[in-house]
Design a protein around this ligand. Structure first.
Ligand SMILES: NC(=O)c1ccc[n+]([C@@H]2O[C@H](COP(=O)([O-])OP(=O)(O)OC[C@H]3O[C@@H](n4cnc5c(N)ncnc54)[C@H](OP(=O)(O)O)[C@@H]3O)[C@@H](O)[C@H]2O)c1
Length: 228
């Protein structure tokens, strides 16, 4: 049987490299896209993956990388002020194979239906972080919102995985999730980055997550154990 081929857009970042590891463990053929200056960060994988160097918002780069892929995992980041996030999302939406499974990462601040209930501290974090990022000209959180709106409005087979605060450490297992931030199960607001990556990779084969924006939390956190 032919191996399933997937593309990981933003493969050289921390989340991206965890996703590459999980994908290789599941015997996927992996194509990774990363900025040319970051190719060395994928050296540990040697010839076990195909690397396509280039900006992730470059349509030609993405078109080449996602060709023949059954799934695409995309790290959406708000870095820079040049619509990097929305450009990346648009390139994937435009060029992925028809019917491919598309899974995008972002944070809890993104809302699919406006029914999320945010704590004051999270609201303040997003507002203040957003203003400082724009003032320093390093990040544009609004562009991540635009990116997700385009995904939500697309007729592709998308999932937008919304990460809580992240930490490093050994895997605790597949995170639990809810449709809405504010749900008691999410209260601990902590997920191991390795498990965020696991959720992204597992979403490729979970059709119940199509057109859903799961907000995730570590399965061993207090709130997950108390409300599971
Ligand atoms: N950090 C958190 O606490 C947190 C919380 C909730 C959700 N999330 C979500 O988790 C995902 C991964 O976030 P992460 O913080 O763990 O980061 P990460 O995995 O290290 O990924 C950062 C990515 O951004 C790229 N990047 C860095 N600077 C850039 C720039 N100036 N222009 C363009 N690309 C740039 C990196 O590429 P290079 O390898 O080329 O540098 C890398 O692909 C994101 O979708 C984020 O929204 C993060």
């Amino acid at each position: 049987m032919n191996k399933k081929r997937i593309c990981i857009v933003g493969a050289s970042g921390k989340l991206g490299r965890y996703m590459v590891r999980h994908a290789l463990d599941r015997d996927y053929d992996v194509v990774g896209v990363c900025r040319p200056g970051s190719v060395d960060k994928l050296a540990e994988f040697g010839d076990r993956i195909t690397v396509v160097p280039g900006a992730t918002n470059d349509a030609a780069v993405i078109a080449r990388a996602v060709a023949d892929c059954d799934g695409v995992l995309t790290v959406l980041v708000p870095w820079g002020l040049k619509n990097y996030s929305s450009g990346t999302a648009q390139a994937v939406l435009d060029h992925a194979e028809p019917g491919a499974r598309l899974v995008f990462s972002c944070g809890w601040h993104i809302s699919l239906d406006g029914k999320d209930v945010y704590s004051r501290s999270l609201k303040a974090q997003v507002t203040i972080g957003g203003k400082i990022g724009k003032w320093l000209r390093v990040a544009d959180i609004e562009d991540q919102v635009v990116a997700c709106r385009r995904i939500f409005n697309s007729d592709t087979r998308w999932t937008v995985v919304r990460g809580s605060d992240l930490e490093e450490g050994e895997s605790e297992g597949l995170p639990v999730w809810s449709h809405h931030v504010g749900d008691a199960v999410l209260a601990s607001n902590r997920t191991r980055r390795i498990d965020f990556a696991l959720f992204m990779v597992e979403a490729l084969t979970n059709d119940e997550l199509i057109h859903v924006a799961p907000a995730i939390v570590g399965c061993r956190t207090e709130s997950a154990l108390a409300n599971g």
